[in-house]
Design a protein around this ligand. Structure first.
Ligand code: SF4
Length: 364
């Protein structure tokens, strides 16, 4: 349950009747989507430093071990990604590194920056220069931080994960649902097309899942900025031995997401983590981003083994697979996107043509 002070802060009021109705939804109550979409992205792991220590996460590295890409390194990744046909630079982060990460701050200073957001702005500009549309996931953000990078991102995101206070987030550096909700609200206030999602199996119960989905739906109702909601199962790894949600749990959760969210919001499952084929009839309509695993630019098909898997998934459902940009079509205008991103999409160069070709494929 959302702690009441946090719900008050974000101004959410979850209707208990609506929550009860959502709890009764199952796969038979929703329909399969008529098509599946995906984006071609390249991962840019800007930093592995994170102020939190979620117990299911293998992304973050402790102080002394965390990395920060240099401008040259990230430019090279973006160049290779654009060369392989990607449209999106997916900037992955921990959450704002705290002051334990002295080495990261020294490195930031040596690059001429005093904060990770200041550096993120430069990183997004580099991605745009190299022909990619930035999508950054910097975790919890203040309004000031988000404003600093909003106009150079095609879209941004943060996983809500759950509105519940779960032990997986416990500890001295604890990620709080209220901060995530505030971040999603701030994105709405700033008019940023936004991706969020829930993480299934980290200690939340069914009521929490319903509440999380309704909270996202309510924020979207207010601001219209949510483009997709990811339903992601937690996965066992070296830090997490709490198991993964079974198929029945995922099927019911995806169906609840489809039922809770308005039609224009895509429901995404990550094919590398979920049994996607067995979730398609529960209302999945997006398969997220795929990346090339080699920089073999000579044979594009060879560079995209993950794409073949997405095609096979779409074939198994008998629906078309369409590429999309990291920003959904309905947001591609002055009301939602900053000038640097719009210029990149409208540019008379290879990248601009690539972006517009994807947009016209989707329109067609
Ligand atoms: S906030 Fe994100 S990166 Fe940091 S520990 Fe939690 S899941 Fe990992």
């Amino acid at each position: 349950m959302i702690p009441s002070a946090e719900a008050d802060d974000v101004g959410l009021e979850i209707d208990p009747d609506e929550q009860e109705r959502l709890l009764s939804v199952g796969p038979a109550d929703v329909s399969a989507a008529p098509e599946l979409t995906f984006a071609r992205n390249v991962f840019v792991p800007l930093t592995t430093a994170c102020r939190y220590t979620c117990t299911y996460c293998t992304y973050y590295d402790p102080p002394g071990e965390a990395s920060l890409l240099s401008p040259e390194e990230l430019r090279e990744i973006c160049r290779e990604g654009a060369g392989a046909g990607c449209t999106e630079a997916l900037f992955t982060f921990g959450d704002d590194p705290d002051d334990r990460y002295e080495a990261i701050y020294e490195q930031l200073q040596s690059y001429g920056h005093d904060s990770i957001h200041s550096y993120l702005r430069e990183a997004c500009e580099i991605a745009l220069e190299e022909g990619l549309l930035p999508h950054a996931n910097p975790g919890d953000q203040t309004r000031e931080q988000m404003s600093q990078v909003a106009d150079v991102n095609a879209s941004m995101g943060v996983m809500l994960e759950t509105t519940a206070d779960v032990p997986a987030h416990a500890g001295s550096r604890r990620k709080e649902p209220g901060q995530r909700l505030t971040t999603i609200r701030t994105a709405g206030e700033l008019g940023i097309p936004f991706t969020t999602g829930i993480l299934v199996g980290i200690g939340e119960d069914w009521t929490d899942r319903a509440e999380s989905l309704l909270a996202i739906a309510q924020l979207h109702e207010r601001y219209g900025h949510i483009q997709e909601v990811i339903v992601q199962p937690v996965s066992p790894n070296e830090r997490w031995d709490g198991g993964r949600p079974d198929l029945a749990t995922m099927r019911r959760t995806v169906a609840m997401a489809r039922a809770a969210l308005p039609e224009e919001i895509s429901v995404q499952v990550p094919p590398n983590l979920a049994r996607t084929r067995e979730l398609l009839d529960c209302g999945v309509d997006d398969l997220g981003g795929v990346s090339p695993v080699t920089d073999d630019h000579v044979n594009p098909e060879y560079a995209w083994p993950a794409l073949a898997e997405l095609r096979a998934i779409a074939d198994s459902a008998g629906v078309p697979l369409r590429e999309r940009l990291p920003v959904y079509e309905r947001y591609v205008d002055e009301a939602w996107l900053g000038e640097p991103v719009l210029e990149a999409i409208r540019a008379e160069d290879d990248a601009g043509e690539r972006f517009r070709a994807v947009l016209s494929e989707h329109d067609g």
